[in-house]
Ligand binder design. Structure first.
Ligand SMILES: [Zn+2]
Length: 307
């Protein structure tokens, strides 16, 4: 089975799964935990050095999905969707090993791109392609592009922002853009030269270097008004407002820095870092009243949802 065959079949299987499990493919991000619950499988998270995830389907017991909780949030979701693929496609028990166990604890997104793409069995290709189409169906990608006011990604930064909206690893959306015919292989190759860490540094203008580049950097625009986004420990939220307006962040979102941004016009860039006690359950941020430069905005308190 070629990867093209796997993607053609997995696209259809993922659409069927959305319909059967009651998942709206236009809603961001696609709730894979809810889908797994609706599918009748048990979902568990735990640190598992050397493993991405495991699908357990043994005679006489309930099917179960185990995901390594040490992965980045995007990689966790992608792994959960991969294991859901095994379940939905009625595969037998399967262990998904990480090829680079030594890099696992850092949680860098790049581990995902290091996963061997050659020599996969048809079963593994199907589960992997299923994960891509389950989390990144055309409708979800279109919704994400609309919020970002784009027809298609123009550069590596757009791809990174798209990965946040869809809740997938950067490497996963990069690869999937070609399946979606939203980028050429040349563009993908060029954009993949920049690491997520470099993109994050540019997005938050290096405002107070964080201890780790694992957390994400969100650039919020007026189009995020009324949207709910899921932020994790240490994520930074950057907003740009006209000079003279204060950025007031609540206490759960301590401000890192506010500084004049340099790309023309009187603007301010402010960056705040999310703090939460729980690692798997994530605070959910409701963005309110961001109406663009010249108007003040406020933040709502987070509500806790299971991640
Ligand atoms: Zn697998």
């Amino acid at each position: 089975m070629t990867w093209a065959d796997a993607h053609r079949l997995a696209n259809i299987a993922a659409a069927k799964a959305h319909a059967q499990l009651g998942i709206d493919p236009g809603k961001l991000p696609i709730d894979v935990a809810e889908a797994i619950m609706a599918s009748g499988a048990i979902l568990m998270w735990r640190p598992m050095p050397r493993l991405f995830g495991v699908y357990i389907n043994d005679p006489g017991s309930s099917p179960g999905i185990l995901v390594n909780s040490d992965l980045t949030p995007g990689a966790r979701r992608f792994t959960a969707a991969h294991e859901l693929g095994h379940h939905f496609l009625e595969h037998t028990t399967c262990t998904d090993e990480a090829d680079c166990p030594s890099t696992m604890p850092t949680g860098d997104d790049s581990i995902y791109s290091l996963r061997e793409r050659r020599g996969w069995t048809p079963t593994e290709k199907m589960a992997e392609a299923f994960a891509a189409w389950f989390l990144m169906p055309r409708r979800a990608v279109s919704s994400a592009l609309r919020v970002l006011a784009l027809d298609r990604p123009r550069d590596a930064t757009d791809v990174y922002r798209l990965s946040l909206m869809l809740g997938v690893p950067h490497a996963a959306i990069l690869r999937h853009l070609m399946n979606l015919r939203l980028a050429t292989s040349d563009q993908v190759r060029r954009w993949s030269r920049e690491s997520p860490g470099q993109i994050k540094r540019r997005l938050d203008n290096n405002l107070g270097m964080p201890a780790s580049r694992w957390p994400d950097v969100w650039t919020l625009t007026p189009a995020f008004d009324g949207r709910t986004i899921t932020v994790h420990d240490g994520d930074r939220l950057c907003v740009r407002v006209a000079a003279g307006y204060d950025v007031t962040a609540p206490d759960w979102l301590p401000e890192v820095a506010a500084t004049a941004a340099g790309d023309g016009g009187p603007s301010m860039s402010s960056s705040a870092t999310a703090r939460s006690a729980e690692s798997v359950r994530s605070p959910c941020l409701m963005v309110r009243q961001i109406r663009g430069p010249g108007t003040p905005f406020s933040w709502m308190r987070p509500t806790h949802l299971s991640g």
